[in-house]
Design a protein around this ligand. Structure first.
Ligand SMILES: [Ca+2]
Ligand SMILES: [Ca+2]
Length: 367
């Protein structure tokens, strides 16, 4: 099932929340080490630090949720979470890696398929007329910069539903991934990401695992590198620097995607947890999920049973994290550790990708 042009707004609504959705209580931003705990798994992996492009994220307890008044309402309340150790991809899944999957399986991504109108109309108000067949052709969302500064309240001004755009042709039929083999794959739906995981014997991270990993061992820091502002010092991530979506200063060196591992890793040795492309998580999105926790410490949360977004209450959405090359401080600051994005699982776009994780137990069974 695929969303079409007039539904893509659903995807970006989280980036467009106005400031009245932010809360004003400011939390401590002093970095400190997470509270690690040790179990048998950690002892086993004390002697093994790498696994096929993955790195061991040691289990521990951390405070999950918003770290400052930059946080949206759905990032609160901040709560204690315990995470077991797991392996995580050092970098986002690349075009080269995704091509190996497609070459091996013949998999056809969501963006390469004709839109199934019978499925799509279930997401739309009753009586919505069937679009022309042309509008149901294989397509995906492509960024379209503005020619002048514009108000940031209408995402259709900088996104187009482009026929022929998919992971092989990120900017449309005239483009390709030749020379971008080490860039993150994009235009992948949640279903595409899960299919890749099943093929590779991995899985998507839970939202809690993703945030824990992004923090890199620092507690209550705003960004994966700490609390230094994005614009200070060396470039820290591939984001949008300038007046979005008009001018881009290219201070970080990249307009669209950057090759993975172009910037310094975080404390766990993970690259591009902030920026470059959004990364799918396994969880359903529910804006009230954090409020449902009444345990002192939540253990390995796997997300809510049902999705809920009051902006689009009929749409079932999955979580993605980390922001992209289109994130800007004037807009969504999606590159913060705790920022939660939500979108329907059939939606891909030119700034959404993923990375995989593996349970310790799974990796042991593979030996
Ligand atoms: Ca950039
Ligand atoms: Ca990323």
């Amino acid at each position: 099932m695929k969303k079409i042009f007039y539904l893509f707004i659903i995807f970006f609504v989280g980036c467009n929340n106005s400031n009245n959705n932010q809360i004003t209580n400011i939390h401590s931003c002093s970095p400190s080490k997470n509270k690690l705990y040790h179990n048998k798994q950690d002892i086993i992996y004390k002697y093994k630090k790498s696994l096929e492009g993955k790195i061991l994220i040691p289990g521990g307890v951390f405070s999950m949720g918003g770290d400052s008044n930059l946080g949206w309402k759905d990032e609160f309340p901040k709560h204690e979470v315990r995470i077991d150790s797991f392996w995580m991809d050092i970098h986002e899944v690349t075009n080269s890696q995704f091509k190996a999957f497609v070459d091996s399986t013949g998999y056809v991504t969501t963006a390469e398929q004709i839109v199934n109108w019978d499925e799509l109309k279930k997401l739309l108000p009753k009586g919505t007329p069937r679009p022309d067949s042309d509008k149901l052709a294989p397509a995906s969302l492509v960024f379209n910069p503005s020619s002048s500064p514009i108000p940031l309240n209408d995402m259709s001004k900088w996104w187009v539903w482009k026929k022929g755009a998919n992971w092989r042709q990120p900017e449309g039929p005239e483009s390709s991934i030749i020379g971008k083999e080490n860039h993150p794959v994009v235009h992948v739906s949640w279903y595409d990401a899960v299919a890749y995981c099943e093929w590779s014997g991995t899985r998507l991270p839970t939202e809690a695992e993703w945030e824990y990993a992004s923090r890199g061992g620092l507690e209550n820091s705003i960004y994966s590198w700490g609390n230094e502002k994005l614009d200070d010092g060396d470039a820290k991530a591939n984001t949008w620097e300038g007046v979005f979506p008009f001018t881009n200063t290219l201070r970080d060196g990249h307009y669209y995607t950057a090759p993975v591992m172009s910037y310094s890793p975080n404390g766990y040795g993970l690259y591009d947890m902030s920026g470059n492309v959004w990364e799918w998580c396994s969880d359903w999105y529910n804006e009230n999920y954090y409020e449902t926790h009444d345990e002192k410490i939540v253990v390995n949360p796997k997300g809510p049973k049902v999705s809920y977004d009051s902006n689009e209450p009929y749409a079932q959405k999955r979580v993605s994290r980390g922001g992209s090359f289109l994130c800007n401080k004037s807009y969504c600051s999606g590159y913060r550790n705790s920022m939660r994005m939500k979108t329907t699982p059939d939606t891909g776009s030119m700034h959404t990708g993923f990375r995989t994780v593996m349970d310790i137990k799974t990796s042991l069974n593979n030996e």
